[in-house]
Design a protein around this ligand. Structure first.
Ligand code: ADP
Length: 257
């Protein structure tokens, strides 16, 4: 696969204590830069704006109101992009920020504009870094404007860019028959080809600390990816080198195909 979307969860780039994990942000920038050098086209969907914003403002808890959360996200998004820009530049690559809302993909004209932007960035060998536009995604208008989570967003980005593969990096080695954080005998699936209701049942039990999605939104993303005839790999982001292993066809994580 030449064109790849990589989605990174908040838990992969933040420490449990709420500080940003610079090693992870740098490693991710390094590995993606190297994949670019190999001739691949990479698109990064990065969570973490609120986490980074909280850390910048010395806050330990998410504020209660939506406008406050939006403000924290605006602060964190800037800082996160500053870090990516710095590290990618260090490894010889340029990034471009793409902020999307769900309605962008619902209407043909705005959808086309988003597609054009991605195409131009990739044509110029730039790495698009995507997040939801939290400023205009108001919760009151939830159903209209919000993806709700970056898992679904990353699947929609795969559709928009006609990428071949979505690699979703989380805090877990893959998709299991029950929540492995709670059950030590949980078994990982190597391959899932169809997101049935029985499969969705296995994801009900989430313990996400920072992330908003849990496993359900990852399966929803897989559903979108599968119906587009593409593939998705869910793997652990604690080892960013996993990206190389996945692309070498090694048995890492869970393959949805
Ligand atoms: P991220 O922040 O990377 O988006 P989340 O915390 O939202 O990740 O989702 C991953 C979590 O989903 C895992 O840490 C795990 O606790 C939970 N989970 C629930 N059910 C399952 C399952 N069947 N297989 C794997 N993980 C599961």
């Amino acid at each position: 696969s030449k064109r790849i979307v990589i989605k990174i969860g908040t838990s992969t780039i933040m420490y449990q204590n709420g500080a940003i994990n610079l090693q992870q942000v740098e490693k991710l920038s390094f590995v993606l830069s190297d994949l670019k050098n190999q001739g691949k086209e990479v698109i990064l969907v990065s969570s973490g704006a609120i986490g980074v914003g909280l850390s910048r403002m010395n806050l330990t808890e998410r504020p209660v109101t939506i406008p406050e959360q939006q403000a924290i996200a605006a602060i964190g998004q800037t800082e996160l992009m500053r870090l990516y820009s710095k590290f990618f530049y260090h490894y010889g690559h340029q990034i471009g920020q793409v902020l999307l809302t769900k309605d962008v993909t619902d209407f043909p004209v705005s959808r086309k504009n988003a597609v054009n932007t991605f195409e131009q960035l990739l044509h110029k060998h730039v790495v698009p870094i995507v997040n939801e536009n939290d400023t205009v995604s108001v919760e009151e208008l939830d159903h209209l404007t919000r993806f709700g989570d970056n898992d679904t967003l990353s699947a929609i980005v795969l559709e928009l860019t006609e990428a071949d593969l979505l690699i979703m990096l989380s805090d877990i080695d893959g998709f299991y028959d029950k929540n492995p954080m709670k059950y030590s005998d949980a078994k990982r699936f190597d391959l899932i080809s169809n997101i049935s209701d029985d499969i969705l049942e296995l994801a009900q039990d989430s313990t996400s600390k920072f992330g908003t999605g849990g496993m359900i939104t990852k399966l929803n993303a897989a559903k979108i990816v599968l119906s587009a005839g593409k593939s998705m790999v869910l793997a652990n982001g604690s080892n960013i080198n996993n990206l190389f292993n996945i692309l070498n066809g090694e048995d890492v994580g869970t393959l949805f195909s």
